[in-house]
Ligand binder design. Structure first.
Ligand code: FES
Length: 99
């Protein structure tokens, strides 16, 4: 399958695409965009924290130092660990700001 999903960053209204199976932050960076802050790209720094407002997704392992279980229930994820399963709307959630 070669679906592409549309990712909207509500803060700026910017939109980019993410291929099926790709991580949102990596897809964004490959398109030369910087709508979401880029850090380690490996789930360890929390720079790319976002809150998913709508859409379905899965995540790779995320550090509990940056995304607590309560955060995760509220849709907070690390964009470098985030793999969309539908179009997504996001909001930047900053490093360590909580829900
Ligand atoms: S860029 Fe470091 S956690 Fe995502």
């Amino acid at each position: 399958m070669s679906a592409e999903f549309s990712i909207t960053v509500e803060d700026s209204g910017e939109r980019f695409t993410c291929p099926d199976g790709e991580r949102v932050l990596i897809a964004m960076e490959k398109q030369g965009l910087r709508h979401i802050p880029i850090g380690c790209r490996g789930g360890g720094c929390g720079t790319c924290r976002v809150r998913v407002l709508s859409g379905t997704y899965r995540t790779r392992k995320m550090s509990r130092a940056h995304v607590s279980e309560a955060d995760e229930r509220a849709g907070i994820v690390l964009a470098c660990r985030l793999i969309p399963e539908s179009d997504l709307a996001l909001r930047l959630a900053g490093g360590g700001e909580g829900v």
